[in-house]
Design a protein around this ligand. Structure first.
Ligand SMILES: Cc1ncc(COP(=O)(O)O)c(C=O)c1O
Length: 491
C-alpha cells in the first residue's frame, strides 16, 4: 500500500481534475496502481477506514471509490475479508467496441424489427432479461402501495379529478428542488408533468421538429427513441457513443458544421444500452457547442439518479442559453407503472403545456399525488442510496456470470450507472438469431441491432440486470452462453 500512501500523502483532498467527483479521483489512483502492477490480482487493498485515514478523504468518499471500482470490475469484496484486486481484471476491462457510423443521416432501421422484438419479449413466462426495467422487488413497492391507498382515502376528490398541465404543484416543486441541487436553473413553473419520459420526449420532438428534419442522436441508443424518430419521419445523424465516456464533442462539432440540425436528443447520463457517462468537461463543451449554434438539446436524463457513485450532473446544468429541455421520469427509480415523468424548460414551457393538453389532457392524478408524496418524504433518497449499491453489485454479478458462461471473445460494458449490460459477442454470432433461439428457451433478451439507426451492432446483446440474483438467472445466462458458444463454433 505504500505507493497509495505516498501518492496522497499530503492528507488533504486535492481538487478533482475535470470536476469529477472526489471518489473518482481516489478510484483512478488505485486503478493506476493496478495498471502499473503495484497492486496485483488477488492483492488486498486497504480497508475503507485505512484508505480514508491515509488519503485524507472521508469514509464516504473512500467507500464510494471502492463501490465504483467494484462496479468497474477492478476489485471485489469478500465477506468479512475486505476488498481485493480481481483475479481477472484484464478480461473484465476490455470494452465493447463503438462502431463508426456513416456521416450522413441514417435510413432508420425498420421499426418492424423493433416491433417484432417487443412482441416477443413481452410474452409472459420468460426470464425477464430484456426490458430495461427494475424488478418490483428492488423498488419500494409496498411503501408506494400504502401511500397510494392512504391518498385515495384522504383526498378522493383530487385523486379522481383532472390535474391539468403543467401538473401537480407540489410535485413540480420537488422536481425543481432536486434539479436546483444539481445547479439547474429551473423553477416549478418551468416543469410540465408528463406520462413518463417517453411522452416528455415526444412532446419536445414534436415542438422542435417536422418530418424531414435532421436530429442528432448517439449510437447506440435506446430503441424507443429511434422508433419515435422513425414515426415522425426524422432523419437521424448518429454520433458514436463510447461505452465508457459517451460522445466526443469533436464529433458533435463536425456534425453541426455538416448538417442543418433541428435538435439533438442525447442520453449521456448512463446511456441505454452502454451505461456510458459523459465526463463533466465534455458535458460543458457539448452544451456550449449546441448553445452556440442555437440547437436545442432534448436531454433524456432518465438514468441520471442511478450513478453508482451518486447522481450525475444533468447537461441542463450547463445550459446558459435556455436551450436544453430536460426530460426524465420515475420509471427507473421508483415505479415504471406510475407513468410519471416531466420536461423542464423555461423557454418552451407554454408550448409544452399546450401540446401536453392536446396529446393526453393530463397525467393520471393519483400517480402525480403519489409521486409528490414520495419525493416530499425521505423515502426516495433513502431508497436511491441503497438502490445504487444494489444495482452496482447486480451489474458486477451479471457481468462476471456472462464472462464465465459466454464464448471467450465476449466482452461486456462497464456501466457507471443504470442497470443494463451491453455485450459484444464474437463477430460470427448474430444477436438477432441468438435472441430468437433464447426466446424458444423462454429467455427474453434484446438484440443489439435495435439500438442503432443503421442496423449496426449485429453481434451485440443488451441484458437487464435489475433483478434479484437467483438460480433461474444463473441458469438463463448459462443457457444463453451455451447457445452463443454453439453459434460461435458453428461459424
Ligand atoms: C433511455 C430511455 N428513455 C426513455 C425510456 C422510457 O421511459 P418512461 O417509461 O418513463 O416513458 C426508457 C425506457 O427504457 C429509456 O431507457
Amino acid at each position: 500500500m505504500t505507493s497509495l500512501d505516498s501518492d496522497t500523502g499530503t492528507a488533504q483532498a486535492p481538487d478533482s481534475p475535470g470536476g469529477d467527483p472526489l471518489y473518482e479521483t481516489v478510484a483512478r489512483r488505485l486503478l493506476a496502481q493496478i495498471d502499473i502492477g503495484a497492486l496485483r490480482p488477488g492483492d488486498r487493498v486497504p480497508s475503507v477506514r485505512e484508505l480514508s485515514r491515509k488519503t485524507g478523504y472521508s469514509i464516504t468518499t473512500a467507500l464510494k471509490a471502492y463501490e465504483h471500482l467494484e462496479a468497474l470490475g477492478a476489485i471485489e469484496s469478500r465477506p468479512r475479508s475486505g476488498y481485493f484486486v480481481r483475479l481477472e481484471p484484464v478480461k473484465a476491462r476490455a470494452l465493447p467496441q463503438t462502431i463508426e457510423v456513416a456521416q450522413g443521416p441514417a435510413s432508420l432501421i425498420s421499426t418492424d424489427v423493433i416491433s417484432s422484438v417487443l412482441e416477443t419479449i413481452t410474452r409472459p413466462g420468460q426470464v425477464p432479461l430484456a426490458h430495461a426495467s427494475p424488478s418490483a422487488e428492488l423498488l419500494p413497492t409496498a411503501a408506494l402501495h400504502r401511500l397510494t391507498r392512504s391518498l385515495l382515502r384522504s383526498d378522493p376528490a383530487m385523486a379522481t379529478s383532472y390535474l391539468m398541465p403543467p401538473g401537480h404543484a407540489g410535485l413540480r416543486q420537488q422536481i425543481a428542488r432536486r434539479l436546483a441541487d444539481q445547479r439547474c436553473e429551473v423553477s416549478p413553473e418551468d416543469i410540465v408533468i408528463t406520462t413518463g419520459s417517453m411522452e416528455a420526449i415526444n412532446l419536445s420532438l414534436r415542438l422542435l421538429c417536422c418530418a424531414g428534419d435532421t436530429i442528432l442522436m448517439e449510437s447506440p441508443t435506446y430503441s424507443g427513441l429511434l422508433q419515435v424518430a422513425e414515426e415522425m419521419r426524422l432523419r437521424v445523424v448518429e454520433l458514436p457513443n463510447h461505452p465508457q465516456h459517451g460522445i466526443d464533442p469533436d464529433d458533435l462539432r463536425r456534425a453541426i458544421r455538416r448538417h442543418r440540425v433541428a435538435a439533438a436528443l442525447f442520453v449521456q447520463n448512463f446511456n441505454n444500452p452502454t451505461g456510458s457517462l459523459l465526463p463533466e468537461e465534455a458535458k460543458r463543451e457539448v452544451v456550449r457547442t449546441l448553445n452556440g449554434h442555437g440547437v436545442p438539446l432534448i436531454e433524456d436524463d432518465i438514468y441520471g439518479e442511478l450513478g453508482y457513485g451518486g447522481r450525475a450532473t444533468p447537461l441542463k446544468a450547463y445550459d446558459e442559453a435556455d436551450l436544453v429541455l430536460h426530460c426524465a421520469s420515475l420509471s427507473k427509480t421508483l415505479s415504471p407503472g406510475l407513468r410519471v415523468g416531466w420536461v423542464a424548460s423555461h423557454r418552451y414551457r407554454r408550448e409544452l403545456i399546450r401540446h401536453k393538453f392536446t396529446l393526453s389532457t393530463a397525467t393520471n392524478s393519483l400517480s402525480q399525488m403519489a409521486a409528490a408524496a414520495v419525493l416530499e418524504s425521505s423515502l426516495y433518497d433513502r431508497h436511491l442510496r441503497t438502490f445504487r449499491v444494489t444495482l452496482a453489485r447486480s451489474v458486477a454479478r451479471f457481468s462476471e456470470a456472462v464472462l464465465r458462461h459466454f464464448p471467450p471473445q465476449t466482452v461486456v460494458s462497464r456501466p457507471q450507472g443504470g442497470f443494463v449490460l451491453w455485450i459484444e459477442l464474437p463477430r460470427n454470432v448474430d444477436g438477432l438469431e441468438l435472441f430468437q433461439r433464447a426466446a424458444r428457451e423462454h429467455i427474453a433478451v434484446n438484440p443489439g441491432v435495435i439500438f442503432s439507426a443503421n442496423g449496426s451492432y449485429q453481434n451485440y446483446l443488451r441484458i437487464n440486470c435489475a433483478l434479484p440474483w437467483s438460480a433461474q438467472i444463473e441458469q438463463a445466462l448459462a443457457t444463453l452462453g451455451r447457445i452463443a458458444s454453439w453459434m460461435a463454433k458453428r461459424g
